[in-house]
Structures are given as structure tokens and as C-alpha cells.
Design a protein around this ligand. Structure first.
Ligand SMILES: [Zn+2]
Length: 322
């Protein structure tokens, strides 16, 4: 594992569809400066200008620390070698050379990678699976993302888009997914899919806690509210979440059969809100659907870095490249 010299600083950044966050890290990977803002300003600011401004403010928050490099996690597929974002509908970018733009602006090396890949990388380097060579991260939240680490390196595939575990087909004629196909894990087990089922329960009077506190608008049925409804004893809400968590476990079992990893890291908003339920259902599905031999070698662990996983993974990636 490469490391920084005493006194050196680097920036890790997470560009999300709704929020952007940059952190300045010292040589021990401690956060010494941070800036978090909405992804769009409402004004005519270009995304690349906003990204530069957020990095600049994080550097100022770190007392104007001199930085040696920048790592960035972006939503959507990337060409990590060329530092190009291939396609991000949210930010309106196609084949955008973000790494070059940041290198010119800050006069330091910059690297980019997919945000969920870097979340997995962060959990691998700084979480509970440091000693493992083969790790798969699965992050069920509003969507379902994943990252694959094989032989101690992120696996990108020829297109750069490997690791899209959310678009694994789980049910051939299942519901439509955001990608336009039917029966993907994400279409059946993401927070949006769960919220749609729970909204129907609320509308017909079977989930009074949800109806009172969230209404039936899917955007308002958040992971934390779902967890509280389950704590309040809403059995049908719990049934909906258990089914989604079990589907997540089936996808996990397929991945274990193919990759035989040492560890699966489970994170994302749904897991953070309902960790024990997710661990139970994923473990149950693994026992049913994994071949016995690879099952002996794999452990399932909850993610521990929360919102900082991507910035930490991004920071570590740039250190590897310096
Ligand atoms: Zn899909």
C-alpha cells in the first residue's frame, strides 16, 4: 500500500447526482478540510467550474494546504486510464476529460473512476476487509451499485462499466428498471422499488406509520422512515423489505458463484438503515443459492465508512498513482 510523505495532502471528491463533496486528507488519510454542496447551483455555473470551486473551498477549509493530487468518483461509466467520464446524464457530460481539466486547473495529477467502484475501493482499503484480495461491494440505495476488486485491483472490463450488479437479471419478466430492461435487481430491490410497494400498502391502509409520516409520494418514503415503520411493528412493510433484501442476496450468491470472493461488503442507504435485516436475508439467500465450496471462503460484512467511502477511495486511488 503506497503512502504519502509527512506534510503531503491530497483531495478526494465524490460527485453525486444531488450532492458533491470534496475532502482534503493529510498523510495519514485524516480529513483536514471539507466542502459539501448541492450538485447544481441554480445559476449558470458549468459543472466543471462548480467542481473546481468545491475543491478550492475544501483546500481553504484545510488552511490553504498545498495538494499533491486529486481523485474523483463520478456517477456513470468512466475510462479510468484516460480520465474521461463517458456518460453522465445528470450533469450533461458525454466523453468529458475531467482528469485533464482538473490537472490544468490545479497543476497536480488527477484520476477519476466510477463512484461505486471507489466506494468499494474505500471500504477495501479503510474498512473491515483490508486483508482480502478479492472483494465485491454491493450498495443498495435509491439505485443499486457495485464494485469488483480482483487480485487487489478494481475490475473495469473492456468498456469500463463492469460492476453494474444492480442490472443483473433476477426475474426474466419482472418489473421495468431505470435502464429500460425488465427484471433487474435494481428494478426489484432498490429503495425506489421498495417505496413503490410500500406506497401501495399505505394507500390501502396497511402501513399507517408510512401514510402518516411520508404519505404515498415515493420520493418521501426514505430508508430511515421505512426502518422506523418496521420498528413500529408494520409487518407488511417488513415483508416488502425482507423480500428485496433476499433478492439482493440472490444477486450476491450469483456473484459468489462466479468470482469466489473472500468478502462481500454490503453498504448503501438501505443497509445503513436496516443492517441486521439485510445481513440476515443476504446470508439466508447465500446459503440457499451459493455452491457449497465457494460459500466456505466468503464472509459478508457491513460497510463502515458511510458517506465518506467514495472520497476515501478516491483519495487512495490518487495516492496509488502518484
Ligand atoms: Zn437495469
Amino acid at each position: 500500500m503506497k503512502s504519502l510523505k509527512h506534510g503531503e495532502h491530497i483531495v478526494g471528491m465524490d460527485i453525486g447526482g444531488t450532492k458533491m463533496m470534496a475532502c482534503v486528507f493529510d498523510h495519514k488519510f485524516k480529513v483536514v478540510g471539507r466542502c459539501k454542496k448541492k450538485s447544481t447551483s441554480g445559476k449558470d455555473e458549468k459543472p466543471e467550474d462548480r467542481i473546481s470551486r468545491i475543491i478550492q473551498e475544501a483546500i481553504e477549509d484545510a488552511g490553504g494546504a498545498k495538494i499533491s493530487g486529486i481523485g474523483v468518483g463520478v456517477p456513470g461509466p468512466t475510462d479510468p486510464v484516460a480520465g474521461i467520464i463517458m456518460d453522465t446524464p445528470n450533469l450533461g457530460w458525454k466523453k468529458f476529460p475531467l482528469a485533464d481539466v482538473l490537472t490544468k486547473k490545479f497543476d497536480v495529477p488527477a484520476v477519476i473512476d466510477n463512484d461505486v467502484n471507489l466506494g468499494t475501493y474505500g471500504e477495501w482499503r479503510f474498512g473491515k476487509v483490508k486483508d482480502c484480495k478479492h472483494v465485491i461491494g454491493i450498495f443498495p440505495g435509491t439505485g443499486i451499485g457495485g464494485g469488483i476488486i480482483v487480485n487487489g485491483a478494481l475490475y473495469h472490463g473492456i468498456s469500463g462499466a463492469a460492476g453494474e450488479v444492480g442490472h443483473m437479471t433476477i426475474q426474466v419478466d419482472g418489473p421495468y428498471c431505470g435502464c429500460g430492461k425488465r427484471g433487474c435487481l435494481e428494478g426489484m430491490a432498490s429503495r425506489l422499488a421498495i417505496a413503490a410497494d410500500i406506497a401501495a400498502l399505505a394507500a390501502r391502509g396497511d402501513a399507517p406509520y408510512i401514510l402518516k409520516n411520508c404519505g404515498t409520494d415515493l420520493a418521501n418514503i426514505r430508508s430511515s422512515a421505512i426502518a422506523k415503520a418496521i420498528d413500529a411493528g408494520e409487518k407488511m412493510v417488513e415483508g416488502v423489505v425482507r423480500k428485496a433484501a433476499f433478492y439482493t442476496g440472490i444477486a450476491t450468491a450469483n456473484l459468489v458463484n462466479i468470482f469466489s470472493p473472500e468478502a462481500i461488503v454490503l453498504g448503501g442507504g438501505l443497509v445503513e438503515a436496516m443492517e441486521s435485516l439485510y445481513m440476515e436475508e443476504v446470508t439466508r439467500a447465500l446459503k440457499i443459492h451459493t455452491m457449497p465450496f465457494p460459500l466456505k471462503f466468503v464472509k459478508v460484512v457491513p460497510a463502515k465508512l458511510g458517506d465518506d467511502a467514495v472520497v476515501m477511495g478516491a483519495a487512495h486511488l490518487i495516492v496509488e498513482r502518484l
